[in-house]
Design a protein around this ligand. Sequence first.
Ligand code: C2E
Ligand code: MG
Ligand code: MG
Ligand code: MG
Length: 283
Amino acid sequence: RAKEHGRNHYCFYTPEMSVGAVERLRLENALRGAVARHELHLHFQPQVGLRDGQLTGAEALCRWEHPEFGSVSPEQFIPIAEEIGLIGELSTWVLHTACTQLMHWDEAGFRLARLAVNLPMNEIEKADLVERVQHVLRRTGLEASRLELEITESMIMRRLDVAITTLQALHELGVTLALDDFGTGHSSLSHLKRLRVDRLKIDRSFVARLDDDPRDVAITRTAIALGHSLGLVVIAEGIESQAQFEILHREGCDEGQGYFFGKPCSAGAFFAHWSQQPIRADR
Ligand code: C2E
Ligand code: MG
Ligand code: MG
Ligand code: MG
């Protein structure tokens, strides 16, 4: 790092730009070997029924623990992986690791109903996605409906026709589909009815100020009604407080996810906590 070399260190580039560019290049190079070096792992965040507080599933969130950079946020390394052509390998690893984890928990007598995985931006446009998902399911022996794939509106809007076809094929495969970060993209309501999704995840930007902005309550109420009228299960992301929880419960939201119920944590910690709790049997 230029900064660490002190002020007298000669640089032929401007320090401001160079730190970013050099850092970025080093991140890129480190990321190329991260899967092989076992630096990536998954964290798990609980999803909970708002009526009974019981565990309904979890979302798997990717973590990169680099010996030198420390823990790198997925918001930082997923876009890099996309740019340098690593995202296919990475998302296959995530899928496989998530399904394997669920099977391990089954064997340990902890039956988590469903595990959600985030699909990267243009994965939905790739011709072999359905085949890859099918392959992972076959290899791990996991029942398709227990794998949930999260997609965003912006992913779908890039190439709507391809996305609709792929979602239909995934639906036929039996996997559960969720629309993530709902309300932040710019899809129109007419598109929503054509998408074969099962679950709607209300983005946490609407949840964050629920307790002091009535407009967010209005938007959330509408999203819940919309989801329900399309036959979808509605889940709110980013619930951090009792007050947010109570409002969402009152508004009839089905499920919640957020620090209030549990932060994303390692497989071991997730098991230790949640395998002791009752699990809802109906899904
Ligand atoms: P996301 O799918 O919307 O995931 C939810 C994010 O919100 C996670 O951040 C989670 O840690 C955070 N979160 C959950 N509850 C709360 C809360 O109560 N308060 C606040 N402030 N935050 C909360 P994370 O793990 O940093 O992931 C960020 C994004 O990176 C994810 O957003 C997802 O889009 C992406 N991502 C994570 N893992 C993967 C992966 O394996 N593959 C792909 N393609 N993308 C991933
Ligand atoms: Mg997600
Ligand atoms: Mg989200
Ligand atoms: Mg997000």
